[in-house]
Design a protein around this ligand. Structure first.
Ligand SMILES: N[C@@H](CCC(=O)N[C@@H](CS)C(=O)NCC(=O)O)C(=O)O
Length: 233
C-alpha cells in the first residue's frame, strides 16, 4: 500500500530532503512531477501550499508544503526526532538552516543570477560560515572523530531527521559540484564524514546510485544552475 506521494521536479535539490528520508525509513512512495498539482491545483488543496515540494500522505489524505514542515512531519511519524527539548528544537533549526543555504546558493531561489563578486562573497565568506555552524553544532552535540572513522550524529548518538537534511544539503551539493568538496572538508570535516556515512546507508545508497545514474550531476535546474556552473567551473 502506498504511504506517500511526493510532488517535485525531476531534480534532487529540495526534493532529496524528503526522498532520502522516505528511503531511509522504507516508506512506500511515488514521486510525481510537481507540474501535476503546481501551480493551478496547489492553492486549493486541503492544506494549500505556495510551491513544491508537496508531500501527500495517503492515510490522512492530506497535503503538506514547505520542505521543513514535511520533514518534521515525517520525523514525528517515524520517530526520527530527538527527544530532549533542546535537541528537538535544534533539529528544526538545522533543517531551516539547510533551507536557508538552498535559498542563498540559488541567489534567492534564482531571482538573481550570480556575478563573479557576489559568488565569491558567498563562496568564500558566507558558505564557509554556514559550514562552520553545522560543524560546531555537531561537535557540541554528538559528532566524534573525522572522515570515515567518524561516529555519532549531529544531535547525539541516534540518527535523526537533522542528519538526513544535512546529507541532502551537502551530499547533494558536493555530488553536483565536486569543486565544493574541498570547501566542506576544510570547514566542516566532521559534517563531511557524517554525509558520507549517511549516504552509505543501504537504502539511501541504492536510491542515490539510481538517481545519479538518471540525473547525472543535475542540481536545482534552470538559469540559476547555469549561473552556478559558470561561476564554479
Ligand atoms: N520555502 C519553500 C520553498 C519552495 C520553493 O522555492 N520551491 C521551488 C522548487 S525547490 C519552486 O518550484 N518554486 C516555485 C515558486 O516559488 O513558485 C520550501 O522550503 O518548500
Amino acid at each position: 500500500m502506498l504511504d506517500y506521494k511526493l510532488f517535485y521536479w525531476d531534480l534532487p535539490f529540495r526534493g532529496n530532503f524528503i526522498q532520502l528520508f522516505l528511503e531511509e525509513v522504507g516508506a512506500q512512495y511515488e514521486r510525481h512531477d510537481a507540474g501535476e498539482i503546481y501551480p493551478e491545483r496547489s492553492r486549493g488543496l486541503h492544506n494549500p501550499g505556495m510551491a513544491p515540494p508537496y508531500l501527500y500522505e495517503c492515510k490522512s489524505k492530506t497535503y503538506f508544503a514547505q520542505m521543513p514542515a514535511c520533514l518534521m512531519h515525517l520525523g514525528r511519524e517515524y520517530d526520527y526526532l530527538p527527544r530532549r527539548a533542546e535537541t528537538h528544537t535544534l533539529a528544526l533549526k538545522a533543517i531551516l538552516d539547510c533551507n536557508d543555504v538552498l535559498m542563498e546558493i540559488t541567489n534567492s531561489n534564482g531571482q538573481l543570477m550570480w556575478t563573479r563578486d557576489s559568488w565569491d562573497a558567498f563562496r568564500y565568506a558566507r558558505l564557509p560560515e554556514w559550514m562552520q555552524v553545522f560543524e560546531n553544532t555537531g561537535l557540541q552535540h554528538g559528532l566524534k572523530g573525522g572522515g570515515s572513522n567518524g561516529a555519532g550524529f549531529l544531535l547525539g548518538a541516534r540518527l535523526t531527521v537533522a542528519d538526513i537534511a544535512i546529507t541532502a544539503l551537502f551530499g547533494t551539493m558536493i555530488y553536483s559540484f565536486p569543486e565544493l568538496e574541498g570547501d566542506l572538508l576544510e570547514n566542516a570535516p566532521h559534517i563531511a564524514g557524517l554525509c558520507q556515512r549517511v549516504e552509505a546507508r543501504p537504502q539511501i545508497r541504492y536510491f542515490l546510485e539510481k538517481q545519479r545514474e538518471e540525473m547525472g550531476r543535475g542540481y536545482c535546474g534552470g538559469r540559476i544552475e547555469d549561473s552556478l556552473r559558470k561561476m564554479i567551473g
